[in-house]
Design a binder for this molecule. Structure first.
Ligand code: PMP
Length: 360
């Protein structure tokens, strides 16, 4: 049997085994074409069906209608940090960002670099980004309010999205499709594919129809959202293989998991199992404040860096991969995106319990 580990990588991250198996099975002869998906035209009927299916499934999962466009854009979430202010900032108005850590700060940096007037109504920097700020007021003269729904590095997550007069914009790279939510207050949502959606190589963008009138005419073609909406993401060659795997992930989410409500229940259960071990004795110390804890990235420390190293080394020997914290913060992190199974989480939990018994 093929050797597979329990994969807790933060992104690129685990994909469901049935998805990988289907990729493997279809590789040499993609659906009767006699070519692989890597070799067919992006204008072919076979690929257009894949693209259409991915869009339909995504809209069905999120219960959205034609008010929203689903786009596939290369350049990852990081290009969206720039495209959002370029396209959605209104002339003479501010842009607002809640600062919840590393990725929010990068989004803010791009907006500033483009010369936008950035307002920061709230930040959790005062407590080292260990919580999600609440109870702030927003300048009415703002183009949009940008949040990072899940903070991959610090392990915090918005439980409820803020209410704002302005359209919300969210970087949902690390929790998109992990739970159901109401899309309507969002003018735009973007997510790098390589965590919850598929392989690296593009960002999925949802944009609300009324946002399109904001797009300045003089932007470079590839940096305008209207180029993608007007050409169904086929102005130039899209990342065909990535979109294909995303389509398979969406099919898995709909047909095997049974939709976002079920996915959310499973994700809650997985996170609860790990936080329970963390909270039991204090041997493991969760780094995020309890009410802001992420269900996707569980960040924790041990008593010393030496012990953390031992924990990570032994985890690896036991087939548990990807548990090292981000290089900017150290410590440990279990990323338990949609594709990480309950079985993998059980294996991690029993390893943590055993390690505590031996070193606690
Ligand atoms: N935003 C968040 C929340 C992320 O976790 C990441 C990647 N770790 C990014 C943005 C950057 O994504 P990309 O590498 O696709 O540009």
């Amino acid at each position: 049997m093929t050797h597979r580990v329990h994969n807790f990588n933060p992104g690129p991250a685990a994909l469901p085994l049935p998805v990988l198996e289907q990729v493997q099975a279809e590789m040499l002869d993609f659906r009767g074409t006699g070519m692989s998906i890597l070799e067919i035209s992006h204008r072919s009927k076979a690929f257009e069906e894949v693209l259409g299916d991915a869009i339909t499934r995504l809209k069905r999962l999120l219960r959205i209608n034609d008010e929203f466009h689903v786009l596939f854009i290369q350049g990852g979430a990081s290009l969206q940090f720039a495209m959002v202010p370029m396209n959605l900032a209104l002339p003479g108005k501010k842009v607002s960002y809640i600062d919840t850590g590393y990725w929010s700060s990068r989004a803010i940096k791009e907006a500033r670099q483009l010369g936008k007037a950035v307002e920061i109504p709230a930040s959790s920097q005062d407590k080292d980004y260990t919580y999600i700020p609440t109870g702030f007021s927003l300048d009415p003269d703002t183009s949009y309010l940008h949040i990072t729904s899940n903070n991959t590095i610090k392990g915090t997550q918005w439980k409820e999205f803020p209410k704002a007069e302005a359209p919300l914009v969210s970087d949902m790279s690390s929790d998109f499709l992990s739970r159901p939510f109401d899309v309507r207050p969002f003018g735009l949502i973007y997510a790098g594919a390589q965590k919850n959606l598929g392989p690296a190589g593009c960002a999925v963008v949802l944009i609300r129809q009324d946002m399109l009138s904001r797009v300045p005419k003089d932007l470079p073609t590839m940096l305008k959202y209207t180029t993608y909406t007007e050409n169904n993401s086929l102005y130039n060659t899209p990342p065909c293989f990535v979109i294909y795997v995303i389509d398979l992930m969406l099919k898995w989410l709909e047909e095997t998991i049974g939709g976002l409500e079920n996915m959310a229940r499973i994700n809650e259960e997985k996170a609860r199992m790990i936080y329970d071990v963390i909270d039991r004795t204090g041997f493991f110390r969760g780094t995020a404040q309890k009410e802001s804890r992420s269900l996707m990235n569980i960040t924790f420390r041990l008593a010393s860096e030496d012990l953390e190293k031992k924990f990570l080394d032994e985890a690896k020997k036991n087939g548990l991969e990807g548990l090292k914290g981000h290089r900017s913060v150290g410590g440990c992190r279990a990323s338990i995106y949609n594709a990480v199974s309950l079985e993998s989480v059980r294996a991690l939990v029993s390893f943590m319990e055993d390690f505590e018994k031996r070193f606690g």
